[in-house]
Design a protein around this ligand. Structure first.
Ligand code: NAD
Length: 438
Protein backbone atom coordinates (compact mmCIF):
# COMPACT_ATOMS: atom_id res chain seq x y z
CA UNK A 1 0.00 0.00 0.00
CA UNK A 2 0.92 3.68 -0.25
CA UNK A 3 2.51 5.48 2.70
CA UNK A 4 0.00 5.40 5.55
CA UNK A 5 -1.77 8.73 5.88
CA UNK A 6 -3.36 10.51 8.82
CA UNK A 7 -7.05 10.81 8.06
CA UNK A 8 -9.92 12.69 9.65
CA UNK A 9 -13.53 11.62 9.14
CA UNK A 10 -16.37 14.04 9.91
CA UNK A 11 -19.62 12.19 10.69
CA UNK A 12 -19.73 8.61 11.99
CA UNK A 13 -22.95 7.39 10.36
CA UNK A 14 -23.26 4.49 7.91
CA UNK A 15 -20.75 6.04 5.49
CA UNK A 16 -18.37 7.79 7.92
CA UNK A 17 -17.96 4.90 10.33
CA UNK A 18 -17.44 2.40 7.50
CA UNK A 19 -14.99 4.73 5.73
CA UNK A 20 -13.00 5.41 8.91
CA UNK A 21 -12.87 1.79 10.02
CA UNK A 22 -11.99 0.45 6.56
CA UNK A 23 -9.23 3.01 5.93
CA UNK A 24 -7.80 2.13 9.36
CA UNK A 25 -8.05 -1.56 8.37
CA UNK A 26 -6.01 -0.67 5.25
CA UNK A 27 -3.24 0.74 7.48
CA UNK A 28 -4.03 4.45 7.72
CA UNK A 29 -4.44 6.26 11.04
CA UNK A 30 -7.96 7.62 11.37
CA UNK A 31 -9.69 9.99 13.79
CA UNK A 32 -13.48 10.02 13.42
CA UNK A 33 -15.50 12.94 14.80
CA UNK A 34 -19.23 13.29 15.34
CA UNK A 35 -21.41 15.97 16.91
CA UNK A 36 -23.60 13.35 18.58
CA UNK A 37 -22.04 12.67 22.02
CA UNK A 38 -24.14 9.50 22.42
CA UNK A 39 -22.56 7.97 19.30
CA UNK A 40 -19.05 9.01 20.30
CA UNK A 41 -19.50 7.52 23.80
CA UNK A 42 -20.84 4.25 22.39
CA UNK A 43 -17.96 3.98 19.91
CA UNK A 44 -15.36 4.72 22.58
CA UNK A 45 -17.04 2.03 24.65
CA UNK A 46 -16.50 -0.51 21.83
CA UNK A 47 -20.17 -0.53 20.79
CA UNK A 48 -21.43 0.00 17.23
CA UNK A 49 -24.48 2.30 17.04
CA UNK A 50 -25.79 0.75 13.79
CA UNK A 51 -26.50 -2.74 12.47
CA UNK A 52 -23.90 -3.45 9.78
CA UNK A 53 -22.43 -6.87 8.99
CA UNK A 54 -18.70 -7.11 9.83
CA UNK A 55 -18.34 -3.51 11.00
CA UNK A 56 -17.79 -4.32 14.67
CA UNK A 57 -14.81 -6.58 13.84
CA UNK A 58 -13.15 -3.98 11.60
CA UNK A 59 -13.69 -1.22 14.18
CA UNK A 60 -12.40 -3.24 17.11
CA UNK A 61 -9.39 -4.64 15.25
CA UNK A 62 -8.33 -1.11 14.20
CA UNK A 63 -8.94 0.35 17.67
CA UNK A 64 -6.78 -2.37 19.24
CA UNK A 65 -4.05 -1.62 16.67
CA UNK A 66 -4.22 2.06 17.76
CA UNK A 67 -5.17 3.27 14.28
CA UNK A 68 -8.79 4.28 14.92
CA UNK A 69 -10.17 6.71 17.50
CA UNK A 70 -13.37 8.64 18.09
CA UNK A 71 -13.73 12.25 19.18
CA UNK A 72 -16.49 14.77 19.72
CA UNK A 73 -16.83 17.33 16.91
CA UNK A 74 -15.31 17.88 13.49
CA UNK A 75 -12.40 20.09 14.51
CA UNK A 76 -10.83 17.47 16.77
CA UNK A 77 -11.05 14.97 13.88
CA UNK A 78 -9.62 17.35 11.27
CA UNK A 79 -6.86 19.21 13.11
CA UNK A 80 -4.01 16.70 12.61
CA UNK A 81 -5.21 15.12 9.38
CA UNK A 82 -3.54 15.13 5.96
CA UNK A 83 -6.87 14.30 4.36
CA UNK A 84 -10.35 14.94 5.83
CA UNK A 85 -13.47 13.10 4.63
CA UNK A 86 -16.84 14.86 4.99
CA UNK A 87 -19.44 12.14 5.62
CA UNK A 88 -22.32 14.24 6.95
CA UNK A 89 -25.97 14.02 5.85
CA UNK A 90 -27.27 15.65 2.68
CA UNK A 91 -31.03 15.26 3.24
CA UNK A 92 -33.72 16.38 0.87
CA UNK A 93 -34.49 20.08 1.00
CA UNK A 94 -38.02 21.46 0.70
CA UNK A 95 -37.87 21.84 -3.10
CA UNK A 96 -36.38 18.37 -3.72
CA UNK A 97 -32.78 19.62 -3.91
CA UNK A 98 -30.05 18.26 -1.64
CA UNK A 99 -29.71 20.27 1.57
CA UNK A 100 -26.05 21.28 1.75
CA UNK A 101 -26.24 22.93 5.17
CA UNK A 102 -24.50 20.06 7.02
CA UNK A 103 -21.64 20.00 4.50
CA UNK A 104 -21.26 23.76 4.64
CA UNK A 105 -21.39 23.78 8.44
CA UNK A 106 -18.73 21.05 8.65
CA UNK A 107 -16.52 22.95 6.17
CA UNK A 108 -17.00 26.16 8.19
CA UNK A 109 -15.93 24.33 11.36
CA UNK A 110 -12.80 22.67 9.96
CA UNK A 111 -11.57 25.53 7.72
CA UNK A 112 -9.64 27.33 10.49
CA UNK A 113 -7.96 24.20 11.93
CA UNK A 114 -6.83 22.36 8.77
CA UNK A 115 -3.09 21.79 8.37
CA UNK A 116 -1.41 23.64 5.49
CA UNK A 117 -1.63 21.50 2.34
CA UNK A 118 -4.46 19.30 3.66
CA UNK A 119 -7.07 17.80 1.34
CA UNK A 120 -10.82 17.93 2.05
CA UNK A 121 -12.93 15.20 0.48
CA UNK A 122 -16.68 15.29 -0.17
CA UNK A 123 -17.73 11.71 0.45
CA UNK A 124 -21.31 12.68 1.12
CA UNK A 125 -23.56 12.62 -1.95
CA UNK A 126 -23.52 16.22 -3.12
CA UNK A 127 -24.93 18.04 -6.17
CA UNK A 128 -22.82 19.23 -9.05
CA UNK A 129 -20.92 22.32 -7.98
CA UNK A 130 -20.50 21.30 -4.33
CA UNK A 131 -16.72 20.86 -4.60
CA UNK A 132 -16.52 24.54 -5.54
CA UNK A 133 -19.06 25.44 -2.82
CA UNK A 134 -16.88 23.74 -0.17
CA UNK A 135 -13.78 25.52 -1.49
CA UNK A 136 -15.59 28.84 -0.99
CA UNK A 137 -16.66 28.03 2.57
CA UNK A 138 -13.22 26.76 3.60
CA UNK A 139 -11.49 29.96 2.42
CA UNK A 140 -8.17 28.13 2.27
CA UNK A 141 -6.08 28.54 -0.90
CA UNK A 142 -3.63 25.93 0.38
CA UNK A 143 -6.29 23.20 0.72
CA UNK A 144 -7.50 21.06 -2.23
CA UNK A 145 -11.11 19.89 -2.34
CA UNK A 146 -11.81 16.53 -3.92
CA UNK A 147 -15.04 14.68 -4.71
CA UNK A 148 -14.95 10.97 -3.84
CA UNK A 149 -18.55 9.69 -3.84
CA UNK A 150 -19.36 6.54 -1.92
CA UNK A 151 -21.23 3.61 -3.48
CA UNK A 152 -21.53 1.25 -0.46
CA UNK A 153 -24.89 -0.35 0.30
CA UNK A 154 -26.23 -0.58 3.83
CA UNK A 155 -26.18 -4.19 5.01
CA UNK A 156 -22.98 -4.95 3.05
CA UNK A 157 -21.15 -1.67 3.68
CA UNK A 158 -17.79 -3.10 4.81
CA UNK A 159 -17.59 -5.61 1.99
CA UNK A 160 -18.62 -2.97 -0.55
CA UNK A 161 -16.02 -0.52 0.73
CA UNK A 162 -13.19 -3.06 0.65
CA UNK A 163 -14.26 -4.66 -2.65
CA UNK A 164 -15.71 -1.79 -4.70
CA UNK A 165 -16.57 -2.10 -8.39
CA UNK A 166 -14.65 1.16 -8.84
CA UNK A 167 -13.44 4.21 -6.95
CA UNK A 168 -14.31 7.65 -8.37
CA UNK A 169 -12.20 10.70 -7.59
CA UNK A 170 -12.87 14.16 -9.04
CA UNK A 171 -10.97 17.39 -8.61
CA UNK A 172 -9.52 20.32 -10.48
CA UNK A 173 -6.41 19.77 -8.31
CA UNK A 174 -4.76 16.71 -9.84
CA UNK A 175 -2.21 16.29 -7.04
CA UNK A 176 -4.99 16.33 -4.45
CA UNK A 177 -7.02 13.82 -6.48
CA UNK A 178 -3.99 11.52 -6.73
CA UNK A 179 -3.41 11.66 -2.96
CA UNK A 180 -7.00 10.53 -2.39
CA UNK A 181 -6.72 7.82 -5.08
CA UNK A 182 -3.52 6.55 -3.40
CA UNK A 183 -5.41 5.87 -0.16
CA UNK A 184 -7.17 3.03 -1.98
CA UNK A 185 -3.99 1.42 -3.30
CA UNK A 186 -4.43 -1.52 -0.90
CA UNK A 187 -7.64 -2.40 -2.72
CA UNK A 188 -7.75 -4.24 -6.03
CA UNK A 189 -10.05 -2.03 -8.09
CA UNK A 190 -10.01 0.56 -10.85
CA UNK A 191 -9.81 4.23 -9.91
CA UNK A 192 -11.49 6.73 -12.20
CA UNK A 193 -9.94 10.17 -11.85
CA UNK A 194 -12.02 12.91 -13.41
CA UNK A 195 -13.25 16.47 -12.95
CA UNK A 196 -15.48 17.32 -9.95
CA UNK A 197 -18.72 17.83 -11.95
CA UNK A 198 -18.35 14.40 -13.57
CA UNK A 199 -17.58 12.68 -10.24
CA UNK A 200 -20.61 14.30 -8.64
CA UNK A 201 -22.82 13.37 -11.61
CA UNK A 202 -21.61 9.73 -11.57
CA UNK A 203 -23.01 9.23 -8.07
CA UNK A 204 -26.48 10.60 -8.86
CA UNK A 205 -26.62 8.87 -12.24
CA UNK A 206 -25.68 5.53 -10.63
CA UNK A 207 -28.42 5.79 -7.99
CA UNK A 208 -30.89 7.07 -10.58
CA UNK A 209 -30.17 4.11 -12.86
CA UNK A 210 -30.58 1.56 -10.05
CA UNK A 211 -33.87 3.17 -8.97
CA UNK A 212 -34.94 3.03 -12.63
CA UNK A 213 -34.27 -0.73 -12.79
CA UNK A 214 -36.46 -1.33 -9.74
CA UNK A 215 -39.24 0.96 -10.98
CA UNK A 216 -39.07 -0.78 -14.35
CA UNK A 217 -39.50 -4.23 -12.86
CA UNK A 218 -42.31 -2.98 -10.61
CA UNK A 219 -44.10 -1.63 -13.68
CA UNK A 220 -43.51 -4.97 -15.44
CA UNK A 221 -44.92 -6.76 -12.38
CA UNK A 222 -48.05 -4.58 -12.55
CA UNK A 223 -48.37 -5.49 -16.21
CA UNK A 224 -47.94 -9.19 -15.39
CA UNK A 225 -50.94 -8.97 -13.06
CA UNK A 226 -53.02 -7.54 -15.91
CA UNK A 227 -51.96 -9.98 -18.62
CA UNK A 228 -51.72 -13.10 -16.46
CA UNK A 229 -47.92 -13.48 -16.72
CA UNK A 230 -45.65 -14.48 -13.84
CA UNK A 231 -43.02 -11.87 -12.98
CA UNK A 232 -40.60 -14.50 -11.63
CA UNK A 233 -40.38 -16.10 -15.08
CA UNK A 234 -40.21 -12.72 -16.78
CA UNK A 235 -37.35 -11.56 -14.54
CA UNK A 236 -35.45 -14.78 -15.14
CA UNK A 237 -35.96 -14.29 -18.86
CA UNK A 238 -34.85 -10.67 -19.04
CA UNK A 239 -32.23 -10.83 -16.24
CA UNK A 240 -30.23 -13.58 -17.92
CA UNK A 241 -29.54 -11.21 -20.81
CA UNK A 242 -26.07 -9.92 -19.87
CA UNK A 243 -26.92 -6.52 -21.35
CA UNK A 244 -29.65 -6.19 -18.71
CA UNK A 245 -28.33 -8.21 -15.74
CA UNK A 246 -30.29 -9.94 -12.99
CA UNK A 247 -29.47 -7.58 -10.09
CA UNK A 248 -31.91 -4.85 -8.97
CA UNK A 249 -34.75 -6.61 -10.79
CA UNK A 250 -36.71 -7.81 -7.76
CA UNK A 251 -40.27 -6.51 -7.65
CA UNK A 252 -41.37 -5.19 -4.28
CA UNK A 253 -43.16 -2.40 -2.42
CA UNK A 254 -41.02 0.26 -4.15
CA UNK A 255 -37.52 1.50 -3.48
CA UNK A 256 -36.71 3.50 -0.37
CA UNK A 257 -33.92 4.02 2.14
CA UNK A 258 -31.75 6.96 2.97
CA UNK A 259 -30.41 7.45 -0.59
CA UNK A 260 -32.61 6.57 -3.59
CA UNK A 261 -35.59 8.80 -2.71
CA UNK A 262 -33.59 11.94 -1.99
CA UNK A 263 -30.98 11.31 -4.70
CA UNK A 264 -33.52 10.65 -7.45
CA UNK A 265 -35.39 13.85 -6.58
CA UNK A 266 -32.10 15.77 -6.36
CA UNK A 267 -31.12 14.44 -9.80
CA UNK A 268 -34.33 15.85 -11.28
CA UNK A 269 -33.71 19.16 -9.48
CA UNK A 270 -30.04 19.44 -10.51
CA UNK A 271 -31.03 18.84 -14.15
CA UNK A 272 -33.89 21.37 -13.86
CA UNK A 273 -31.60 23.99 -12.32
CA UNK A 274 -29.32 23.58 -15.32
CA UNK A 275 -32.16 23.83 -17.86
CA UNK A 276 -32.85 20.13 -18.56
CA UNK A 277 -36.15 18.39 -17.87
CA UNK A 278 -35.13 14.85 -16.79
CA UNK A 279 -38.60 13.48 -17.57
CA UNK A 280 -37.45 9.85 -17.47
CA UNK A 281 -36.34 10.25 -13.84
CA UNK A 282 -39.65 11.92 -12.97
CA UNK A 283 -41.35 8.83 -14.41
CA UNK A 284 -39.16 6.54 -12.29
CA UNK A 285 -40.25 8.44 -9.16
CA UNK A 286 -43.93 8.42 -10.07
CA UNK A 287 -43.88 4.64 -10.73
CA UNK A 288 -42.41 4.26 -7.25
CA UNK A 289 -45.13 6.40 -5.63
CA UNK A 290 -47.73 4.39 -7.54
CA UNK A 291 -46.19 1.13 -6.31
CA UNK A 292 -46.79 2.11 -2.66
CA UNK A 293 -50.41 2.87 -3.47
CA UNK A 294 -50.74 -0.50 -5.22
CA UNK A 295 -49.51 -2.28 -2.07
CA UNK A 296 -52.05 -0.43 0.09
CA UNK A 297 -54.75 -1.35 -2.42
CA UNK A 298 -53.76 -5.04 -2.13
CA UNK A 299 -54.00 -4.83 1.68
CA UNK A 300 -57.40 -3.13 1.51
CA UNK A 301 -58.73 -5.66 -1.01
CA UNK A 302 -57.50 -8.51 1.18
CA UNK A 303 -59.93 -7.38 3.88
CA UNK A 304 -62.70 -6.47 1.43
CA UNK A 305 -62.37 -2.73 1.95
CA UNK A 306 -61.44 0.38 -0.03
CA UNK A 307 -58.00 1.90 0.62
CA UNK A 308 -59.56 5.18 1.73
CA UNK A 309 -61.06 3.69 4.91
CA UNK A 310 -59.51 0.89 6.95
CA UNK A 311 -61.00 1.81 10.31
CA UNK A 312 -61.43 -1.21 12.55
CA UNK A 313 -58.90 -3.25 10.52
CA UNK A 314 -55.76 -4.64 12.19
CA UNK A 315 -52.85 -5.14 9.82
CA UNK A 316 -49.93 -7.40 10.77
CA UNK A 317 -46.59 -6.28 9.34
CA UNK A 318 -43.43 -8.32 8.98
CA UNK A 319 -40.45 -6.02 8.46
CA UNK A 320 -39.96 -2.32 9.11
CA UNK A 321 -36.50 -1.51 7.74
CA UNK A 322 -36.10 -0.42 4.13
CA UNK A 323 -34.30 -3.65 3.32
CA UNK A 324 -32.86 -6.67 5.09
CA UNK A 325 -29.47 -6.47 6.84
CA UNK A 326 -29.85 -2.92 8.15
CA UNK A 327 -31.60 -1.17 11.04
CA UNK A 328 -32.20 1.93 8.91
CA UNK A 329 -35.83 3.07 8.90
CA UNK A 330 -35.25 6.22 6.87
CA UNK A 331 -37.70 6.43 3.94
CA UNK A 332 -38.50 2.76 4.40
CA UNK A 333 -41.35 1.66 2.09
CA UNK A 334 -42.68 -0.33 5.04
CA UNK A 335 -42.83 2.77 7.25
CA UNK A 336 -44.49 4.79 4.46
CA UNK A 337 -47.11 2.08 3.91
CA UNK A 338 -47.73 1.81 7.68
CA UNK A 339 -48.14 5.57 7.95
CA UNK A 340 -50.74 5.53 5.16
CA UNK A 341 -52.55 2.54 6.72
CA UNK A 342 -52.75 4.35 10.04
CA UNK A 343 -53.91 7.56 8.35
CA UNK A 344 -56.92 5.69 6.92
CA UNK A 345 -57.76 4.22 10.31
CA UNK A 346 -55.98 0.83 10.47
CA UNK A 347 -54.24 -0.46 13.58
CA UNK A 348 -50.77 -1.81 12.85
CA UNK A 349 -48.97 -4.56 14.71
CA UNK A 350 -45.41 -5.20 13.54
CA UNK A 351 -42.24 -7.19 14.02
CA UNK A 352 -38.75 -6.52 12.72
CA UNK A 353 -35.57 -8.35 13.82
CA UNK A 354 -33.86 -5.01 14.54
CA UNK A 355 -36.58 -3.61 16.77
CA UNK A 356 -37.22 -6.62 18.98
CA UNK A 357 -34.59 -5.58 21.54
CA UNK A 358 -33.93 -2.28 23.28
CA UNK A 359 -34.72 0.69 21.02
CA UNK A 360 -32.57 3.78 20.64
CA UNK A 361 -34.29 7.20 20.97
CA UNK A 362 -34.57 7.68 17.16
CA UNK A 363 -36.27 4.30 16.72
CA UNK A 364 -38.64 4.96 19.62
CA UNK A 365 -39.70 8.23 18.01
CA UNK A 366 -40.15 6.73 14.52
CA UNK A 367 -42.12 3.71 15.76
CA UNK A 368 -44.58 5.64 17.89
CA UNK A 369 -48.13 4.40 17.39
CA UNK A 370 -47.13 0.97 16.06
CA UNK A 371 -47.76 -2.02 18.31
CA UNK A 372 -44.45 -3.91 18.35
CA UNK A 373 -44.45 -7.70 18.64
CA UNK A 374 -41.56 -9.92 19.68
CA UNK A 375 -41.88 -12.34 16.76
CA UNK A 376 -43.81 -13.19 13.57
CA UNK A 377 -46.32 -15.45 15.32
CA UNK A 378 -47.22 -12.74 17.81
CA UNK A 379 -47.86 -10.44 14.84
CA UNK A 380 -50.12 -13.03 13.21
CA UNK A 381 -52.24 -13.34 16.33
CA UNK A 382 -55.54 -11.45 15.93
CA UNK A 383 -54.78 -9.56 12.71
CA UNK A 384 -57.13 -9.30 9.71
CA UNK A 385 -54.33 -9.49 7.13
CA UNK A 386 -50.61 -10.23 7.30
CA UNK A 387 -48.10 -8.35 5.12
CA UNK A 388 -44.45 -9.12 4.38
CA UNK A 389 -42.86 -5.73 3.81
CA UNK A 390 -39.09 -6.39 4.24
CA UNK A 391 -37.17 -9.32 2.77
CA UNK A 392 -35.54 -10.56 6.01
CA UNK A 393 -34.39 -14.18 5.40
CA UNK A 394 -36.16 -15.33 8.58
CA UNK A 395 -39.52 -14.48 6.99
CA UNK A 396 -38.75 -16.83 4.08
CA UNK A 397 -38.23 -19.59 6.63
CA UNK A 398 -41.40 -19.02 8.64
CA UNK A 399 -43.21 -22.08 9.96
CA UNK A 400 -46.20 -21.40 7.71
CA UNK A 401 -48.28 -24.13 9.34
CA UNK A 402 -48.11 -22.29 12.69
CA UNK A 403 -48.71 -18.95 10.95
CA UNK A 404 -51.82 -20.39 9.27
CA UNK A 405 -53.13 -21.79 12.56
CA UNK A 406 -52.63 -18.40 14.23
CA UNK A 407 -54.13 -16.34 11.40
CA UNK A 408 -57.12 -18.60 10.80
CA UNK A 409 -58.36 -20.06 7.51
CA UNK A 410 -59.18 -17.64 4.70
CA UNK A 411 -56.89 -14.85 5.93
CA UNK A 412 -54.68 -13.26 3.25
CA UNK A 413 -50.92 -12.88 3.31
CA UNK A 414 -49.89 -9.89 1.17
CA UNK A 415 -46.32 -10.76 0.26
CA UNK A 416 -44.84 -7.54 -1.17
CA UNK A 417 -41.40 -9.15 -1.44
CA UNK A 418 -42.46 -12.41 -3.14
CA UNK A 419 -40.65 -14.29 -0.37
CA UNK A 420 -43.15 -17.07 0.29
CA UNK A 421 -44.29 -20.00 -1.80
CA UNK A 422 -47.86 -19.14 -2.93
CA UNK A 423 -48.83 -22.81 -3.36
CA UNK A 424 -47.72 -23.67 0.19
CA UNK A 425 -49.62 -20.70 1.63
CA UNK A 426 -52.80 -21.66 -0.26
CA UNK A 427 -52.51 -25.34 0.67
CA UNK A 428 -52.66 -24.25 4.32
CA UNK A 429 -56.07 -22.64 3.76
CA UNK A 430 -54.81 -19.07 3.51
CA UNK A 431 -55.11 -16.65 0.60
CA UNK A 432 -51.99 -15.24 -1.04
CA UNK A 433 -51.26 -12.02 -2.95
CA UNK A 434 -47.73 -11.27 -4.15
CA UNK A 435 -46.37 -8.76 -6.65
CA UNK A 436 -46.77 -9.71 -10.30
CA UNK A 437 -47.24 -13.39 -9.46
CA UNK A 438 -49.83 -15.49 -11.16
P1 NAD B 1 -25.89 9.38 8.75
O1 NAD B 1 -27.02 10.26 9.07
O2 NAD B 1 -25.96 7.92 9.08
O3 NAD B 1 -24.56 9.93 9.43
C1 NAD B 1 -24.18 11.28 9.37
C2 NAD B 1 -23.45 11.63 10.67
O4 NAD B 1 -22.90 12.94 10.55
C3 NAD B 1 -24.34 11.64 11.90
O5 NAD B 1 -23.80 10.75 12.87
C4 NAD B 1 -24.30 13.09 12.39
O6 NAD B 1 -24.37 13.21 13.80
C5 NAD B 1 -22.94 13.53 11.85
N1 NAD B 1 -22.75 14.98 11.69
C6 NAD B 1 -23.59 15.91 11.17
N2 NAD B 1 -23.02 17.11 11.18
C7 NAD B 1 -21.79 16.97 11.72
C8 NAD B 1 -20.72 17.87 12.01
N3 NAD B 1 -20.78 19.18 11.71
N4 NAD B 1 -19.61 17.37 12.61
C9 NAD B 1 -19.51 16.06 12.92
N5 NAD B 1 -20.50 15.16 12.67
C10 NAD B 1 -21.61 15.62 12.07
O7 NAD B 1 -25.64 9.56 7.17
P2 NAD B 1 -25.07 8.48 6.14
O8 NAD B 1 -26.15 7.51 5.79
O9 NAD B 1 -23.76 7.99 6.61
O10 NAD B 1 -24.88 9.41 4.85
C11 NAD B 1 -23.88 10.39 4.80
C12 NAD B 1 -23.73 10.85 3.34
O11 NAD B 1 -23.31 9.75 2.53
C13 NAD B 1 -25.03 11.34 2.69
O12 NAD B 1 -24.73 12.35 1.79
C14 NAD B 1 -25.53 10.13 1.94
O13 NAD B 1 -26.35 10.47 0.85
C15 NAD B 1 -24.23 9.51 1.47
N6 NAD B 1 -24.29 8.06 1.21
C16 NAD B 1 -24.99 7.26 2.06
C17 NAD B 1 -25.02 5.90 1.82
C18 NAD B 1 -25.81 5.00 2.72
O14 NAD B 1 -26.05 3.84 2.32
N7 NAD B 1 -26.21 5.41 3.91
C19 NAD B 1 -24.32 5.35 0.73
C20 NAD B 1 -23.59 6.20 -0.09
C21 NAD B 1 -23.59 7.57 0.16
Amino acid sequence: MSTPARLGVVGTGYVGLTTGACFAHLGHTVVCGDIDPRKVDLLNDGQIPIVEEGLEDVVNESRRAGRLSFVLGSQAAAADADIVFLCVPTPQGEDGSADLSYIEQAAREIGPVLKPGAVVVNKSTVPVGSTIAVEKVLQRDDVAVVSNPEFLREGTAVDDFLNPDRVVVGSSDLAGAQRVADLYSGIDTSVIITDPASAETIKYAANGFLAMKISFVNAVAAMCEHVGADVAAVVEGIGSDTRIGRRFLNPGPGWGGSCFPKDSRALVKIAEDHGYDFSMMRGVISVNDEQRRRMIDKIAKAVGRHQSDLSGVTVGVLGLTFKAGTDDLRESPSMAIIEELRTVGATVKAYDPTTSGELDPHQTMRLEGIELATGPLEVADGVDVLCVLTEWPEFAELDLRKVAETLGAGTTIVDTRNLLDPAEVKDLGLRYDGVGRR
